[in-house]
Ligand binder design. Structure first.
Ligand SMILES: *[C@@H]1O[C@H](CO)[C@@H](O)[C@H](O)[C@H]1NC(C)=O
Ligand SMILES: *[C@@H]1O[C@H](CO)[C@@H](O)[C@H](O)[C@H]1NC(C)=O
Length: 454
């Protein structure tokens, strides 16, 4: 197709109906960008543990009209306490200044609840289920995906929002390899395998768990001294608890990891875990066994913790976005770039992807080196064995950084194609270049209004 084809908005294929794909869809609805979502499963996943959303994403949640409902399904997240197995406190981290500094609390809800909220804002007909992508081809003019059922879809752009085990990434990297281009991957020690088992309970009795019905989440991390096992939980609304256990599977009996594939959000039976883990205590009374028993089998999942940092995010007409919290920030920045893009020609798409990468990569890269962040927290705790320390570093949420850094607090990007939310909080925002397209439209609208007024 020649460049002169008068297209104002691209057609985007989104792989994955998880948090990333759904938030992308909601932004595209608002930005007037055509899209279709392709989900490999036949239903939206209901597994998963906590989704913590930091103040960084709240302005855009407010812009999208999701903030009030989000508060309704969340508890306030104001910190965490790290314990030894005998409940001796190692460290307490409180985030109480966030609201004053940024205008928003951080919130925690369950992944299925958050996903359901997002899903309620996406027209059903835009989501194509049971569409497992098996091949990807792209040219100067378009990108085409083929699914396992033989169907094929063509668009201007493909967004890989299909999680940590992204198929789109795999296909893209294969394509790069065939073209003799080396995808950039940073890999940690591949010999050691770490796994997580996670879930969200049904309603529990507040008399069995301390502070279960508080509106501020009780979030504790407990590190076993000898075994290199870490467990963490968050209390969420309706007297439920999101929990996860992280452990080094390579030092355990093979029977605990046999047959495990690196698939994301597979269901899992807790009977397959060492029996004695059931007795692991929680700091709010109760034990892990009581959480296992209160979590329906189909809602428990296991994941193999990623040891790799994928540094190549874009090639041709394909772009990858991150998981969970990063997915939201990635989606906002990417949609801003696509909204502003003058045409859908190859050159303009490359430029838009470059803008997105330039803004997001440095932040994500910083977050992907948790070892540095956590040194202050764990310094001098030599009693922690290396696996326990590693797991804590690996799975410790970024927003619990004890020493808040200004760049994180000032980074609260908004959608440039929606009315801006006034700046809240004491810490100023990282400036965003306003959208020329949006400014021009707003001006034209104002002119039209004053014309009719006359
Ligand atoms: C567990 O998953 C089912 C669907 O498989 C869902 O309907 C249900 O709400 C989930 N239960 C909890 C406690 O999250
Ligand atoms: C978009 O593409 C047109 C036509 O190739 C080119 O003239 C223009 O400079 C491009 N704009 C950007 C922002 O890449």
């Amino acid at each position: 197709m020649p460049d002169s084809t008068p297209v104002t908005s691209p057609t985007v294929l989104i792989a994955g109906a998880g948090i990333g794909g759904l938030i992308m869809a909601i932004l595209f609805e608002k930005a007037g960008i055509e899209y279709k979502i392709f989900e490999r499963h036949d239903r939206i996943a209901t597994q998963g543990s906590a989704t913590a959303l930091s103040f960084n994403v709240m302005p855009v949640m407010e812009q999208l009209g999701l903030l009030e409902e989000l508060k309704g399904i969340s508890n306030i997240l104001d910190g965490t306490t790290i314990f030894k197995e005998d409940m001796e406190v190692i460290r307490e981290i409180r985030l109480r200044n966030n609201k004053r500094l940024t205008g928003y609390d951080s919130l925690v809800t369950s992944r299925p609840d958050f996903q359901a909220l997002l899903l309620s804002r996406v027209p059903k007909e835009k989501i194509h289920m049971s569409k497992k992508i098996v091949s990807l081809s792209q040219s100067e003019e378009s990108v085409t995906i083929t699914c396992e059922d033989g169907s094929a879809y063509t668009g201007d752009i493909l967004v890989g929002a299909d999680g940590t085990q992204s198929t789109v990434r795999k296909l893209l990297y294969q394509q790069l390899e065939m073209q003799g281009i080396q995808a950039k991957i940073e890999q940690e020690d591949p010999k050691v395998e770490y796994m997580s088992v996670m879930g969200t309970t049904g309603p529990l009795s507040p008399s069995n768990y301390e502070g279960l019905d508080d509106s501020v989440s009780h979030c504790d991390t407990i590190i076993s001294e000898e075994r290199g096992v870490t467990w963490r939980y968050f209390t969420i609304p309706n007297n439920r608890i999101c929990w996860r256990i992280d452990y080094q599977s390579s030092t355990m009996d093979k029977k605990y990891s046999q047959g495990w594939t690196n698939a994301e959000y597979n269901t899992f039976e807790t009977q397959a875990l060492p029996e004695e883990w059931r007795k692991n205590k929680l700091a709010i009374m109760g034990d892990l066994g009581s959480l296992f028993d209160a979590t329906p089998y189909e809602n428990i999942s296991k994941v193999v913790l990623e040891e790799k940092v994928y540094e190549t995010w874009t090639h041709g007409r394909t772009v990858l976005i991150g998981d969970a919290l990063n997915a939201i920030l990635d989606a906002v920045v990417l949609t801003n770039s696509l909204y502003e893009m003058p045409t859908t020609n190859h050159k303009n798409i490359t430029k838009a992807f470059e803008e997105f990468y330039a803004e997001r990569y440095p932040t994500v890269k910083r977050e992907l080196t948790p070892t540095q962040q956590m040194t202050t927290v764990l310094a001098a705790k030599t009693w922690l064995d290396s696996a326990g320390r590693y797991l804590l570093l690996k799975t410790y949420p970024k927003y619990f950084k004890e020493k808040s850094e200004e760049y994180i607090q000032s980074y609260r990007p908004q959608a440039l194609f929606l009315p801006r939310i006034e700046t809240k909080g004491e810490i100023p925002l990282t400036p965003q270049r306003p959208s020329k397209k949006y400014t021009a439209q707003a001006k034209a609208q104002l002119a039209a209004q004053s014309a009719t007024a006359i």
